[in-house]
Each structure stands twice: as C-alpha cells, then as structure tokens.
Write a protein that binds this ligand. Structure first.
Ligand SMILES: Cc1cc2nc3c(=O)[nH]c(=O)nc-3n(C[C@H](O)[C@H](O)[C@H](O)COP(=O)(O)OP(=O)(O)OC[C@H]3O[C@@H](n4cnc5c(N)ncnc54)[C@H](O)[C@@H]3O)c2cc1C
Length: 334
C-alpha cells in the first residue's frame, strides 16, 4: 500500500496530463498510473511525428511536442508517475473514517486515493504482435517492440517488421549502429510510411545497406536462448528463407482494450466508453470521474481539446467533492 493522494489519474495521455495540471493547480496531490512505459497516450504512441492543427493556441504542432508540453504543464506540481503498470481492480475501503479508493495494478501495487479520474482513452495500449506461436518468449532475448537505446543494437544483424513510419524511421535511424544491410519486412508491397522515408530506404537498398522484403512475413524464430535467425516467407510464392538475425524489431502499431476497467461496475456508454454526467464528468461510481476518449455521453466528440475541457471539469469536481466545497473554477493567472 502506498501513500494516500487526493486523486489517482488512470492514463497519461493529453486528458490525464491536463487533469494532473488542474488537480495540482487546486493544491491537490496526484498519482498517475499508466500502462505504457511512456507518457503521451495515443499521441506519443501512434503519431508523435505528425502535425496536429486543431488544439487551441497551437496553429501547428508535432504530436510529440504537444504531449511534451502537456507533461511539462501537468507534472509541474510533482505528480507521482507510475509507468508500465496496468490498472486491474478497484475497491472502496474505509481508513480512519475516510472513504478511499484502492486501485491495484498488474504489478501487484495498491494505490490509495480520495477520488479518481479515468482518462484511459481506448484502454490500455499494448504492442500488436507477430502471429508466430510463443513469440513473447523471445522478449528480452532478441525480440523488441520498441527501440529505446540505439546502442543495444550496435553491430547486430537486425530484422525490422512493419510498414509504417516507425519501421521506416528505424530502418534509417539504425544505419549508423547495426550491421548492414538492415532487413525490412512488410506483408504488403505498399508502405504506409512517409514517401520521403521510403525513397531514402530505396536509395539505401541500391547501396546494399537495406534489404527490403515485400510481400513477406516472419514465420519462425530460431535460436538457443536468444534469437539467432528468422524464417521469412514470400507470401506470393510461399518460399521460405532463413536469415541470420540477432535482433528482431516488430513495429506493428498498438492495440488497446478497456480490459478490467469494464468489470468495475461502471455504467458504460456503448462497449468502449464509460458513461459520465457531462456536467460533472462523474461516472456511476461516486468519486470516480472520467474524461477524454474513454468518457461517453450523447453527442460526445473524441478530440484532444474536448478531453482537456472534460479534464478541467472532472478535476474541479473531484476537488470540490473531497473538500466538501461548492464547485468553482480558480483562475491560474497571477
Ligand atoms: C492517427 C490519429 C490522429 C489523431 N489526430 C487528432 C487531431 O488532429 N486532433 C485531435 O484533437 N485528436 C486527434 N486524435 C485523437 C486524439 O489522439 C485523442 O482524442 C486523444 O489522444 C485522447 O486523449 P486521452 O488522454 O483521452 O486518451 P489517450 O491518448 O488514449 O491516453 C490514454 C492512456 O491511458 C492508458 N491506459 C488505458 N487503460 C489503462 C489501464 N488500465 N491502466 C493504465 N493505463 C491505462 C493508455 O495506455 C494511454 O496511454 C487522433 C488520433 C489518432 C489515432
């Protein structure tokens, strides 16, 4: 059991970071629990390099830059941030007359708070995986779902799987680190990535620094303890070829699921959203609020700017409930 905070925020996307700002601004204490190892929600996970044009105050801003600024603003009051932990169960308990919420995560940690704001987007993100039996057993033994440090690929023969921007970015970005050629595998002939990145990769292919295999799929992983080779199939001809490889990097995007949150007894709006009262952003469970993509009501629009507005409503209502006060905004200007 950890220290009691005023508000647990579940999810560190733009809505969660905005909620953290507002609770901190009202002098409340915050703990953020996020299933990914990074903050920034969908924006950082799926479109960090794309421009966003419709957030008030920013005529044009890169996704990653936007969430970096949200984090700078949201974490300035010293929120306790717990990354890589997925919220699993929620219980209500009484401690010295105080009614508390107890959130337990997949790491077995239990976090106590007086209120909660769920800003879980489409649910907990996890990397989309290769359809190879037992693939997860290779994790940390040559299989990677993200590139954290280039140095860990130094001098290694690598196979990158994917057809989007991340796959192309790392095919180019690891040229100065990995053994060449880097093999890029995509199941279709057409890539989704930026044309300029693809052109650069084609140029490197002509120089034998990149090997592009399409339409191909990784079918088998071989190794004794760690990955030593992979078998890749040409899906047009069915021909299977074995390639030496010490690092297999699969960059296939993310999948999300509301998961155990759906079993907490919250009234849902459809299958993927938690029903809230838009006046207060409170859910059907007292003291539990929701904001952003996960929060539903008739007419809801899932946009960053809407989530930020709901985060402000949720945070101000949560603070008012905890303190037994009337809900009122406090301006931030000094
Ligand atoms: C390609 C693309 C382009 C987009 N472009 C725009 C745009 O131009 N303008 C715009 O306004 N919107 C855009 N959107 C939508 C926008 O990204 C979302 O509205 C916004 O990210 C919602 O923010 P959020 O904080 O509510 O949820 P999210 O960003 O989804 O963050 C939720 C976080 O909660 C975490 N989480 C979920 N469940 C758990 C759990 N059980 N335990 C722990 N953590 C959990 C998730 O891992 C995630 O990090 C776009 C979306 C996509 C996919």
């Amino acid at each position: 059991m950890d220290d009691v905070v005023d508000v647990t925020i579940l999810g560190a996307g733009p809505s969660g970071l905005s909620a953290a700002y507002y609770v901190g601004h009202r002098d409340g204490t915050v703990r953020i629990v996020e299933s990914l190892e990074q903050i920034g929600g969908q924006v950082a996970a799926t479109y960090p390099e794309k421009h966003v044009y419709d957030v008030a105050g920013f005529p044009k801003i890169l996704g990653q830059k936007l969430v970096d600024l949200c984090a700078e603003q949201g974490l300035q009051y010293g929120a306790d941030v717990r990354l890589g932990e997925e919220a699993k169960s929620l219980e209500r308990m009484n401690e010295n007359g105080d009614e508390l919420l107890a959130l337990t995560t997949d790491k077995g940690n239990t976090y106590l708070s007086r209120a909660m704001i769920i800003t879980a987007g489409h649910g907990a993100f996890e990397p989309r995986k290769l359809g190879v039996d037992g693939i997860d057993e290779w994790l940390d033994r040559g299989l990677h779902y993200v590139v954290r440090e280039k140095a860990q690929f130094a001098g290694k023969r690598i196979v990158i799987v994917g057809g989007g921007d991340s796959a192309l970015d790392w095919t180019l970005g690891l040229q100065d680190t990995a053994a060449l050629p880097i093999t890029l595998v995509h199941r279709r002939d057409k890539f989704r990535a930026l044309e300029s990145s693809l052109n650069e990769a084609r140029k490197l292919e002509a120089e034998v620094n990149v090997r592009i295999l399409t339409p191909h799929e990784v079918r088998e992983v071989h190794g004794d303890g760690s990955i030593e080779a992979v078998s890749i199939e040409h899906t047009g001809t069915g021909e299977l070829e074995r390639y030496d490889c010490e690092a297999l990097i699969t960059l296939l995007g993310f999948v999300s699921h509301l998961g155990s949150i759906a079993d907490w007894g919250l009234e849902l709006e459809g299958k993927r959203q938690i029903r809230i009262d838009p006046m207060s952003c409170e859910t059907s469970l007292p003291g539990v609020y929701a904001a952003g993509d996960v929060a539903g009501y008739p007419g809801k629009i899932t946009l960053i700017t809407v989530g930020m507005g709901e985060a402000a409503i949720a945070a101000n209502n949560a603070i008012a409930r905890i303190r037994g006060e009337k809900v009122q905004p406090k301006y931030s200007t000094d």
